[in-house]
Design a protein around this ligand. Sequence first.
Ligand code: 2NL
Length: 334
Amino acid sequence: MLDRIRDLKEKFKADISRVKTLPEVEKIRIKYLSRKGEVAELFARLKDVNATDRPKIGKVLNELKTHLGRELENLQSGLQRKTDKKALDLTLPGRRPFTGRKHPLTKILDEIKTIFMGMGFRIEDGPEIETDYYNFEALNMPKNHPARDMQDTLYITEDIVLRTHTSPVQIRVMEQSKPPVRIIAPGRVYRRDTPDASHSPFFHQVEGLVVDEGINFGDLKGVITAFAHKMFGSDIRVRFRPSFFPFTEPSAEYDFICVFCRGKGCRVCKNTGWVEISGAGMVDPNVFDYVNYDSEKYTGYAFGMGIDRIAMLKYGIHDIRLFFENDIRFLEQF
Ligand code: 2NL
């Protein structure tokens, strides 16, 4: 048996000395080390060796196997290096390494955060899976409110929803701290919508909340206008239109002068000269009752804005779905 092992080793040595290419290495590996290869055959013969010698022979066989494996590996990596060297053409232009970058929505959110931090706002976040209480009840939306409809909201159970806005974050912050409050709450929100160019079942929102003694609607207009100027330029005018939300009173929707045509009229503003941004208002006293704030002493304003919408306006993107398809050809443009 030991002779056979020695012969095999010699044969192997002769075989590998002739090898010049990678496929040849593979052929030899199969010949010696595959499941039906020469080494396996010797292992099969081990049962014919007498019991006293068997452990010793077994050990030698194992060593042989490791040895052949290692030799083949060395040979392979040697040949690989040679082929790599041949493939190096110094006249070709260099290959640029792939570098990642921030998602356009992250870039816009970073800008929004910087602008509000500059005006003294802190940034807060909270869970995307919310209770009915934080998402609706504490925001003065009673059980029969249409926004609570299964058609509009993604329910996990009767009592647990995917948040439809980041307002629950504001409620949680007010529960945990006393006025003055000056925060923005950015994050992902969910609605039961069929995707199209302007709808996605998830999107991104920033809400702002300021509560203190003597806060009024003028403060709200000042902050929104300052934001418009910093984000889109100091020529951007802002207008507020009366509206209704259950959680603010009075409520308004606010528009910016079209950031594309600067008010002249174009496709983006449908020739109105204005683009709709979102809603805002003075916090309804009922909301303050839910968080045990004294609504006789404190007033506050709140506003929302869509991050995706702002990014679309800023970059001239006409389909919200592009943000979520993760197509590198789109993402690498920002
Ligand atoms: C929109 C724009 C808005 C708020 C969000 C808010 C939050 C609290 C209290 C009162 Cl805790 N209001 N957020 C207010 C007005 C508008 O988002 O169009 N929402 C339907």
